[in-house]
Design a protein around this ligand. Structure first.
Ligand SMILES: C[C@](O)(CO)[C@H](O)COP(=O)(O)OP(=O)(O)OC[C@H]1O[C@@H](n2ccc(N)nc2=O)[C@H](O)[C@@H]1O
Ligand SMILES: Nc1ncnc2c1ncn2[C@@H]1O[C@H](COP(=O)(O)OP(=O)(O)OP(=O)(O)O)[C@@H](O)[C@H]1O
Length: 274
């Protein structure tokens, strides 16, 4: 079964509390971004007793045996011992350490693919509970529609937000910012504006009312983030922000086309329509 795990953007992100378990409570709107990897899950050929993973495309740091999509499959195998050994093929395209949730999406799509391929008939709620065990961002990708995320970023409330048709440019400045490192730089506080209410207003107002706490915390160390933001606004973006814990910065165009922009060759770009 071939799937295309997509990335996500965070619209507003407020880190409100540090929890006793070391994680943080947050408030953020998650939106699917159609920048995708390719992930194939197949039963292993006869005579292959173990799961296997073949990685191509963008290099993924760390041991392939700990890849999140393999871990997702192993989690299901622990509860459903009749699941056969599988072979996974992951072609990685979405940048890593970017705040785009790419690894989490791979894991969530592996759970969904195993559920479909082997007819496990697990509900979306059950798939979300497996996904939560793999990472805070992972559960979002099970339903994969815009939501207001609270708690650890893995509990969702409905939100009436339709960005379909908005132009989008995502700029990854080739900086790998680790999620734990980024959280360690944040002093949790309450948001100045209620996110749900701010996002109900026209996109042109978001510049003043919707922000990402990681952007404030990381920009002094990574001045490139501010330069990208400035260039996206100069190209006519209606709203610009860091996604998640960075380092990808995105611009949204409510209407019209982005003006020409000039980026260093080591940057990776995605341009499209949501
Ligand atoms: C920044 C976001 O991308 C926003 O969507 C997410 O909160 C990150 O989620 P994620 O990459 O799935 O993160 P996890 O794999 O669950 O956790 C990685 C590390 O980030 C920190 N972490 C993550 C989520 C959270 N709500 N509080 C945290 O403090 C913890 O130090 C944790 O050890
Ligand atoms: N399929 C995968 N794709 C990407 N990274 C993976 C994958 N499986 C495991 N990882 C590990 O996860 C790390 C990336 O996680 P990290 O949270 O820094 O970035 P991210 O995937 O861009 O997501 P986030 O939005 O949470 O920042 C990598 O260093 C890698 O070791």
């Amino acid at each position: 079964m071939l799937t295309f795990p997509n990335a996500k953007l965070n619209l507003g992100l407020y880190v409100t509390e540090r929890r006793p378990d070391g994680f943080h409570t947050l408030e953020s709107v998650f939106v699917p971004l159609p920048w995708t990897d390719a992930l194939e899950l197949l039963p292993a050929p006869a005579g292959q007793p173990q799961n296997s993973i073949t990685l191509t495309g963008r290099p993924i740091p760390g041991d392939p045996a700990t890849n999140l999509c393999l871990r997702a499959y192993e989690l299901l195998q622990a509860d459903f011992p009749h699941l056969p050994p599988a072979q996974l093929f992951l072609h990685k395209i979405v940048p890593i350490g970017a705040g785009l949730g790419g690894g989490s999406a791979d894991a969530a799509f592996a759970l969904k693919a195993a559920n479909d391929l082997f007819s496990l008939n697990l509900s979306l709620e059950i798939l979300e509970s497996y996904a939560r065990r793999l990472g805070s961002d992972c559960a979002f990708f099970i339903r994969n529609k815009p939501v207001l995320a609270v708690e650890r970023g893995d509990v969702f409330e409905e939100i009436d937000l339709n960005l379909t048709g908005s132009g989008c440019v995502v700029v990854y400045p080739n900086l790998h910012i680790g999620t734990a490192e980024a959280y360690a730089r944040i002093a949790p506080q309450s948001p100045k504006y209620l996110l749900r209410e701010a996002l109900a207003q026209p996109m042109s107002t978001w510049r003043d009312t919707v922000s990402n706490d990681f952007e404030t915390a990381l920009t002094p160390t990574y001045p490139a983030l501010a330069e990208i933001k400035q260039q996206l606004y100069a190209a006519g973006a209606t709203y610009v922000s860091l996604s998640g814990s960075g380092s990808a910065v995105y611009g949204l165009w409510e209407s019209g086309e982005p003006a020409a922009m000039d980026w260093p060759p080591e940057y990776t770009l995605w341009t499209g329509v949501l």
